[in-house]
Design a binder for this molecule. Structure first.
Ligand code: ATP
Length: 317
């Protein structure tokens, strides 16, 4: 294992922002720390970076304890939400920064800068001022700058959350690709499950300072460990497994779990409808209970048949 976090607790006075967290990240693996605001993700990431000192527990790299190793000696790259670029330097000047610190000679430095700009899709931007770039372009520069000195671990704290939705989705896909291409070991903090699932090989769900579940995205998505985690992952209704034909005690339903389909076995009555981006969201009453469903245009009061879409169903536990 490359990165090893062993029983890390970080206290601010009486309050534990991180409680007894253990986690490993393997060489070349991308792990996302996913959880709601205030659950301790950033504090944990800052502790790994060396910006925060754990109250107890340890951070090690390849079995070497990093306690006492300052931030700039950890050989970790950092990318924050707002890039924090040097405003008076050009794109190339920003990307070259870490290479200058490492005293890489000019020719090799220029070559590396150009190859990184290509990697992040910013060929031809070398001489631009960073203040003249869009938010998405600035984050690409921040990423290239962090990758330039070939850090052994990349730490990303909400790298896309300052961007608008469409751009965020596109950049998440680009970022996933380039982390793979550069075989980067990375720990990414995000509160957005789509982003976590796009980027990560494994997702660690945090709640109130603790990691409550770790696993591959598909596993976490389909089997959240408890109701709270299932709610965080989009489930809004909890029913016995038998309701959807599964032999489990309880399942969580997402808004897409039920779809109007004339072959469906469940019958209900439409009580409300709302237009969404690309579909109609219905509220359907089934045996006196209201459920969300996805459907074609229907009238309130219509009787409809519903099919279950298992992608929208999560087994709890
Ligand atoms: N320097 C600090 N001093 C005191 N309390 C802090 C400090 N930094 C964070 N906290 C508290 O620790 C808890 C965890 O904060 P943290 O920023 O790690 O959460 P987060 O999951 O990253 O949230 P967000 O997504 O909103 O950034 C919060 O309750 C926060 O108020």
């Amino acid at each position: 294992m490359a990165l090893e976090l062993d029983s890390i607790t970080v206290r601010y006075g009486q309050m534990a922002a991180v409680s007894d967290v253990s986690l490993s990240v393997a060489d070349g693996e991308v792990v996302a720390l996913l959880g709601p605001s205030g659950c301790g993700k950033s504090t944990l990431l800052r502790t790994v970076a060396g910006l925060e000192k754990p109250t107890s527990g340890s951070v090690s790299w390849d079995t070497t304890d990093l306690t006492g190793v300052p931030v700039h000696r950890r050989e970790f790259g950092l990318v924050f939400q707002d890039g924090q670029l040097f405003p008076h330097r050009t794109v190339a000047g920003n990307v070259a920064f870490g290479l200058r610190m490492k005293k890489v000679e000019r020719e090799a430095r220029d070559k590396r800068v150009l190859s990184l700009l290509e990697l992040v899709g910013l060929e031809g931007y070398a001489d631009r001022r960073v203040t003249q770039l869009s938010g998405g372009e600035q984050q690409r520069v921040a990423l290239a700058r962090a990758l330039a000195p070939s850090p052994r671990l990349l730490l990303l704290d909400e790298p896309l959350s300052a961007l608008d939705r469409a751009l965020r989705e596109q950049l998440a896909v680009d970022l996933a690709r380039l982390l793979r291409e550069a075989a980067t070991t990375a720990l990414v903090v995000t509160h957005d499950h789509d982003e976590a699932f796009t980027l990560a090989d494994r997702v660690a769900i945090m709640s109130r300072g603790r990691i409550v579940q770790v696993g591959p995205p598909a596993e976490v998505w389909s089997s959240p460990v408890d109701v709270e985690t299932a709610k965080f992952l989009g489930c809004n209704k909890f029913v016995p497994g038998s309701f959807v034909g599964l032999d489990v005690e309880r399942v969580g339903l997402r808004a897409t779990a039920l779809r109007v389909d004339s072959d469906g076995l469940i019958e209900g009555t439409v009580v409300e409808r709302v237009h969404r981006r690309d579909h109609v969201r219905l509220l359907v009453e089934i045996d006196g209970e209201e459920y969300e469903a996805v459907g074609p245009m229907t009238e309130i009061g219509d009787r409809v048949r519903l099919e279950i879409d298992l992608d929208g169903v999560a087994r709890i536990g």
